[in-house]
Ligand binder design. Structure first.
Ligand code: SN0
Length: 315
């Protein structure tokens, strides 16, 4: 089995990976020949701006060739269930397609969001796991049903560059949204920041508890204002309910992150992965303010992808 980058579990030494990414921040072209005559395929089952562009840029800085395909708009409709009679509108089974992609690429990146209908199905990561099993080449997770490790890695790099305390207080605060969104960003953010040994606090309304395995080293605080007190970094993010799987239980605008909320913090930096619904998730005054890190985070997506690709190319 090739080595993959699917979650934090694929990172044997986080401090080393952070250091590697920081080296690419300093000198992006230092390994510009590493990927020579190798091809990275990026396959998107969902929309993307940052992931697609930053991973392409990272690949270029490693000398990789690229194949990029938007599966939803350009490919055949793929069947993902095994053992079915394919007499519907799906033209090709995903197993067959993955085998083909694996022959055309030396590395594969894949994005496949949660369906948010069936929790055990989503948390078994059928599409990502299918690629890991059938592609025969290393797999890079570009946001799967339950994880977005390249985002969390970039978030850690952003915190490392701005922290003034050895153990900063990081608060993940749930925010309202009009659409049910996956837990992937929140899951990865908690796992990676806890692994960095930051003080990590999550606050959300009732019914939004995340999977217990994401909460290791993380404190839950029901009171949003108490959670924000003394925070150094505040990450706002919506996710749909995990316990009432995929449901929207609240649209309470009290959970919109406001400039007034930020006054409770220790002049915290504001973070969000983007895309963000302004004035629903966060007020303009916060995201446009001097402590907003959203563009820094987006820039660091290049270096998290570059470090992950670098490691996959070692094998
Ligand atoms: C995705 C999510 O997992 O929350 C991707 C974040 C990187 N976000 C969305 O799908 C937002 C869609 C919207 O309509 O606001």
């Amino acid at each position: 089995m090739p080595t993959n980058f699917c979650s934090l579990a694929d990172v044997p030494n986080l401090a080393d990976w952070v250091q590697l990414a920081q080296q690419f921040q300093q000198d992006p072209w230092q390994s510009a020949d590493l990927g020579r005559r190798k091809t990275l395929g990026l396959f998107f089952f969902n929309p993307s701006i940052r992931t697609r562009l930053s991973t392409q840029r990272a690949a270029q800085q490693l000398g990789l060739e690229l194949i990029v395909m938007n599966m939803g708009a350009e490919g055949w409709q793929l069947e993902t269930k095994d053992g079915v009679v394919m007499d519907g509108d799906k033209a090709e089974h995903i197993r067959d397609a993955i085998g083909v992609m694996g022959q055309y690429c030396d590395l594969i990146g894949v994005r496949a969001f949660a369906g948010l209908q069936d929790r055990s199905l989503d948390y078994a990561e059928p599409v990502l796991e299918g690629f890991c099993q059938h592609a025969g080449v290393p797999i890079l997770n570009l946001e799967s049903a339950t994880q977005h490790p390249l985002q969390a890695f970039a978030d850690v790099l952003s915190i490392e560059a701005h922290k003034t305390k050895s153990r900063p207080k990081i608060v993940l605060t749930w925010a309202p949204h009009v659409k049910p969104l996956p837990q992937a960003v929140a899951n990865s953010f908690l796992q990676w920041t806890a692994a960095m040994n930051y003080e990590v606090v999550v606050t959300h309304p009732q019914g939004y508890d995340l999977a217990p395995e994401m909460m290791q080293g993380v404190r839950y605080e029901a009171d949003k204002h108490a959670a924000l007190e003394g925070a150094d970094f505040v990450y706002a993010k919506n996710w749909a309910s995990y316990t009432h799987y995929g449901q929207i239980l609240h649209a309470d605008r009290q959970w919109t992150l406001s400039a007034k909320d930020m006054e409770l913090t220790d002049q915290a930096y504001f973070m969000h992965c983007l895309p963000v619904r302004r004035n629903l998730v966060v007020e303009d005054a916060v995201i446009d303010g001097p402590r907003s890190l959203v563009q820094v985070q987006a820039r660091n997506r290049i270096f998290s992808a570059q470090a992950a690709l670098y490691q996959l190319l070692q094998d």
